[in-house]
Design a protein around this ligand. Structure first.
Ligand code: GUN
Length: 290
């Protein structure tokens, strides 16, 4: 069984980006993170993104808004950043509070500065296989993990669990593309899918992105398959100082016994999301100079 070490692969990518940023002139790429409220997971994710930016020489600023912020105020902030030519990337951390229409905020970001790849234009470009768009970071990170682990996708049956804008839908579109590390046969399962286990058992590559701790049990897996676990779930663990530990959507211990390759949680997909965000920011910077 091969452990797909996302932490190591992400570190390599960050080194490559650092090298490229060093070679740039005086002006460096600049990204703005917008966080609303104090959701502990979002606080931690955004902190990781700030750390990676600092490491690579990408400039990053964080704007924090209270939970009570209105949609109009957020959109105004995004529009001001759109106008600011010193800003190359804008990321609004999801999830946003329920009173805000997330899609509307994502749409407010100029497509050229949409380093998250959530804007309609970038989703459209993904559908059309237009490489000038930016691709959502977690999906891009998943494909990069497979590529750098030499796991072929061509003709394989890929089963994606989850249909979110952030992971499920865009990763499905990537697997469907024509080209290397794509050309898959695809099934997407979600909360209304009947008899999920009968479908996941047919997966040569399973991507679990439903956000439920240990949802995928070993009986749901095909022996010899590849498992990409996108879930980052906090479960109570009184033996830890912080009172919880992180687990994926897949029962890692049992799955490890029968699969050919698997990503750990933490240290699998998570660090790749951050690395791809830095890559998207560098791309946005370079495109702004063309
Ligand atoms: N929340 C969870 N993942 C992501 C992501 O990739 N981007 C943003 N903006 N929010 C997220």
């Amino acid at each position: 069984m091969k452990l797909i070490d996302g932490k190591l692969i992400a570190a390599t990518i960050l080194e490559e980006i650092t090298e490229e940023v060093t070679q740039l002139g005086e002006e460096k790429p600049r990204v703005i993170f917008i966080r609303v409220g104090e959701d502990p997971a979002s606080v931690s994710y955004v902190r990781n993104k700030e750390r990676a930016a600092a490491m690579t020489g990408i400039r990053a600023d964080l704007r924090v808004f209270p939970e009570s912020v209105t949609e109009k105020e957020l959109v105004s902030e995004v529009e001001a950043l759109n106008q600011d030519s010193s800003v190359h990337g804008i990321l609004v951390q999801a999830p946003l509070p329920g009173h805000i229409d997330e899609a509307k905020v994502f749409r407010a970001v100029l497509p050229e500065k949409d380093v998250d790849g959530f804007h309609n234009v970038n989703i459209g470009k993904l559908c059309q296989e237009d490489p000038t768009g930016s691709v959502a970071c977690t999906p891009a990170g998943i494909i990069e993990l497979l590529k750098r682990s030499d796991i072929s996708v061509e003709g394989k049956h890929v089963v994606v669990l989850g249909r979110s804008l952030i992971v499920g839908k865009p990763v499905a579109l990537l697997f469907l593309q024509k080209g290397p590390f794509a050309n898959a046969t695809l099934t997407v399962c979600h909360s209304r899918t009947k008899d999920i286990a009968s479908i996941t058992r047919q997966a040569d590559i399973l991507v679990a992105a439903i956000g439920r701790a240990h949802f995928v049990t070993v009986d749901m897996l095909k022996p010899g398959s590849v498992v990409i676990d996108v879930g980052i779930n906090r479960i109570e663990d009184t033996s830890r100082k912080r009172g919880y530990r992180l687990v994926g959507d897949v029962d890692f211990e049992a799955a490890s016994e029968i699969v050919s390759a698997i990503t750990p949680v933490p240290g699998g997909v998570g660090p790749m999301t951050v690395a791809m965000l830095m890559q998207n920011t560098l791309q946005a910077f370079k495109a702004s100079k063309e």
